[in-house]
Design a protein around this ligand. Sequence first.
Ligand code: BES
Ligand code: ZN
Ligand code: ZN
Length: 500
Amino acid sequence: MELRFSTESAIKYEGDAVIVGLLKKAPLEGIVAEIDKALEGTIQRLVEAGEIRGKESEITVVHTGGKLASPRVAVLGLGDSGRDPVFAVRKAAAVAARVLRDRGCRRVGLGLHLDPVPASRPEQVMKAIVEGTYTGLYRGGECKGEQEFPHEFEELSVLGVDGDDGDLLVEAARTAAIAGEATNYARRLVNLPPNEVTPSRLAQEAEEMAANSDLEVEILDPERIDELKMGAFSAVARGSDEPACLILLRHQQSRNGPRVAFVGKGLTFDSGGISIKPPDKMELMKQDMAGGAAVLGALRAVSKMKLGLDLIGIIPASENLPSSKAYRPGDVLTAMNGKTIEVISTDAEGRLLLADALAYAVNLGATHLIDVATLTGACIIALGHVAAGVMGNDTALVEAVLDAGECAGERMWRLPLFPEYRPQLDSRIADIKNVGGRPAGTITAGWFLREFVGDTAWAHIDIAGTAWNEKDRPDQIEGATGAATRTLISLAERLAGGLA
Ligand code: BES
Ligand code: ZN
Ligand code: ZN
């Protein structure tokens, strides 16, 4: 999809449709009023008839009959000035893009009228519209044959860009297009079946990404993982014949700033291992590499953004399967940092992979660590499918993650790592056990990870509830969501700008 910018007014745009936004109960203003005039009051009449109300994600497609250069105007409801106007705009843009695409529109213009969206800056609104357009257009069906319409528009034109904030808007739209594309890239990887997306396939994705950018890639194979004494990661990988790997992607554009590491859980299929999961919905456990996909997506985006940041993406990739070689409940493992771990459940495997990957990141000299993982079912109990859980040992970094999430339109909520939770992980035989019982399962998982980061500033994002959308919605199809991809991108921007 080509992103274009033009000073041209929406009235003169010669495409298949122009999109304009309207808040609930707001008068027709700016470009919407101009278009209404050109249409001799059609929009106003629809408003008076109660057919256009401006409610969130309402979309009304009006044929212009030659009165505008484009044959259609889509009037998009943006809702009222509720508490989260930018969230509403992102969603509405996704709905509009889908409706127009499915009616065969290929060249679409965005008629700008960003000022009336309350409590937000025009560039935030611009970003939300472009990101929403990209994510709305994603249609999945990775393994289907030919589809009736293409996924994307041929062209998305941002119209009426001029004035003082013109440059800011162009910049916001460009970054948003990169972030939207990266989100869809991550979704595709998560949606692809686990027989295709194996650890080796994730490595191949990283290699291809590096070949087409200034990223450097390194893939550590099972022998190297053993040599590095990653006993926790190795144990998880042992049950499967698919070779595990540790993927490293480097974006080195600064040598004296912070060294940031994004670590993503890359479990390409989680059966639970010997502590096998119940069969119901087990197929959804292909989503267990969603953290890894978010890290790949974020590095893909960052490499296009020239942020001047020293960033490493680290993805421990493996399957978790039962076999005669599989690790068992009761086993004691030694992680790379020398800590011993008593295995209570082989289904709590994500924290084992991450323990070694985080310790490795510390050895690589990371100053800021952020991990993303579909880590605990308990996170779904705590926050549902609405928000990701965020924890960490450094308030400034945790707050930066929460801020980045807000800016990316991803709900995130902090959970406490109070010291009172830590004894739940005490083991009689080893330094720590991998399960702390049912109470506060997301927090004890966070505490487990914390034991492997030393004093390095670290934040953890549990996306178990947000990586997968269980129900088709007008703005988002069922399946992978690309959770945390945009948050990581937004966080990289913040870290490049310097944390307080
Ligand atoms: N991958 C799962 C967590 C998960 C659950 C992700 C649902 C996405 C949706 C993780 O490896 C796991 O199995 N966790 C166990 C931990 C338990 C054994 C302490 C869980 O949450 O049940
Ligand atoms: Zn598991
Ligand atoms: Zn898992």
